[in-house]
Design a protein around this ligand. Sequence first.
Ligand SMILES: C[S@@+](CC[C@H](N)C(=O)[O-])C[C@H]1O[C@@H](n2cnc3c(N)ncnc32)[C@H](O)[C@@H]1O
Length: 308
Amino acid sequence: MSHIPVLLHEALTALCIQHDGVYLDCTFGRGGHSRAILTELGANGRLIGFDRDPSAVAVARDLAQEDPRFEIVHTAFSELETALDSLAVSRVHGILMDLGVSSPQLDEAERGFSFQADGPLDMRMDPTTGESAADWIARADADEIAHVLWVFGEERFSRRIARAIVEARQLTPIVTTTQLSQIVTSAQPKKDQNKHPATRSFQGIRLYINGELTEVEQGLEAAMNRLEVGGRLAVISFHSLEDRLVKRALRDASRPPKGDPRMPLPDSVAQPKLKLVGKAIKASPDELRLNPRARSAVLRIAERTEAA
Ligand SMILES: C[S@@+](CC[C@H](N)C(=O)[O-])C[C@H]1O[C@@H](n2cnc3c(N)ncnc32)[C@H](O)[C@@H]1O
């Protein structure tokens, strides 16, 4: 199953690729962006890929066999600095983050991400570690479930749905996506015409199970630390919670750090780490015609300054 890379041309332009540079694709997926970066790199260029999903890493290993300029690390991008240290790379010339899930993750029922396909209720991007959605649903109390649905799913009927989940699991364990989807759907007092009733709940549980927002916060911080001066950071997000985080992190890093006005900071500390590049970019009508999944994608770009 394939994944159509989103905002491909825009992301490549954002990275301003130098032939001999070292680049980092934090979210290899099926390698759409990585392959495009490799076409712009010269023989001495280098591309490092990360992904926390073993199926993505398997695809990347094949690419690494074919192309000596590319290597893959199975890691979450919150571990970016440790992973670069393990490769003895101190700084890179550009970093791409294409956040969220890939089409194969959504389409393969056995990954348990989709309310439209019956599969085990898993939802882990890396099934080799952490707690599955089924295990969490089995142990969390109603308040915790409601909190996750509300905060990460922005589900306004979070309490009602959480109560329905707790009642249902007393009768039978909730172990499949279809079971959860049916419970959520029956608990919704009002249906949104344009959205499946389980959309928000599944999104909330997925973000929680994978710690996605914390990953983004930590990954962005680490990325800023490891960019060469003048190096570009390009981040594509797919929903408002993610984009808000990205927008705020890049904006904060592009403002001079706040200090005590009576104690002027040394020049090296007073400089912001990043400079914002342009405005947020969305997919063109042509791209949307070919790939409706690009509908909610937002690309934000920043450049590393000389700050220490
Ligand atoms: C939207 S897809 C990337 C698609 C890719 N750009 C392409 O063109 O094929 C997101 C990928 O990032 C991975 N991912 C998401 N969060 C991650 C994280 N915190 N650390 C590492 N990989 C992550 C997912 O497993 C998924 O494979």
